[in-house]
Design a protein around this ligand. Structure first.
Ligand code: ZN
Length: 255
């Protein structure tokens, strides 16, 4: 089976037609979808979607760009969501300095959610953009305190990948690795072993070739697996088995 470890089914492009989207991924051989919250509302909606579809699991958390602070009330709500039997982690959380938002506030919300994940021992799904040095220091501080750390849409280069890999992180790749001129993945694959790999769509964004520019959906995640199989020189079937085992190791309660 193919697996999408990072989808946003609560996006307005899906919410009214999730049955159709689910039929699409089922026909395409996608057997597991982890839906990721980015604020309290989308995290709560993710729980409802996961309840309705047996192969859907979810993470609950506050994305750095959404500006919702991880205050005591928000942390309590995230904690409650992690008690849901289909919640497999806290996410997506992290740092995004691309548009120059308040870095100190982002760091407070990020580490508050990392503290919660460490305290209750759940995995995290991390978003990182233009923040490599700070992300390295946070991950170094928390590695070993959490069951696992997943770096979603990995784009921090091969040198950092070496360090993240040593710290036991998982690397989730999406449609971008299928784009022409994506040299980064060729360098990253030299330092990231197959047991650290995950596939994702980050849908509705980042559709893989040949759907680039269109609305992405979980049904396209097989194209990302095909590309990883090609890059690592293994068969697609073998890559599917590797990714399934990795997903089971990276996210708990997802069987
Ligand atoms: Zn995302």
């Amino acid at each position: 089976m193919y697996i999408d470890t990072h989808a946003h089914l609560t996006d307005e492009s899906f919410i009214s037609r999730i049955d159709e989207v689910a039929n699409g991924w089922r026909e395409a051989g996608v057997g597991k979808v982890i839906n990721i919250g980015y604020d309290i509302k989308s995290s709560q909606e993710s729980a409802f979607i996961a309840q309705k579809y047996p192969e859907v699991y979810f993470c609950a958390g506050l994305h750095p760009s959404d500006g919702e602070p991880a205050d005591a009330l928000a942390l309590e709500k995230i904690y409650e969501l992690t008690r849901h039997p289909k919640c497999v982690g806290i996410g997506e959380i992290g740092l995004d300095y691309h548009y120059g938002e308040d870095r100190a506030a982002q760091m407070r919300s990020f580490t508050a959610q990392m503290d919660l994940a460490a305290e209750i021992s759940v995995p995290v799904s991390i978003h990182a953009r233009d923040c490599t040095a700070d992300m390295l220091s946070v991950v170094k501080a928390y590695a070993g305190k959490l069951p696992s750390i997943v770096l979603h849409c990995y784009s921090m280069g091969a040198e950092s990948a070496k360090i993240f890999s040593r710290l036991g992180c998982y690397f989730a790749f999406g449609g971008a690795i299928t784009f022409k001129n994506n040299r980064q993945i060729c360098e990253v694959k030299e330092v990231v072993a197959t047991d650290r790999l995950l596939t994702e769509t980050d849908c509705p964004y980042m559709a893989p070739v040949p759907y680039r520019g269109k609305t992405n959906e979980p049904k396209y995640v097989g194209l990302v697996c095909n590309k990883l199989a090609e890059l690592y020189g293994v068969s697609d079937g073998d890559m599917q088995r590797i990714l399934e085992e990795n997903t089971n190791n990276a996210f708990r309660r997802n069987k």
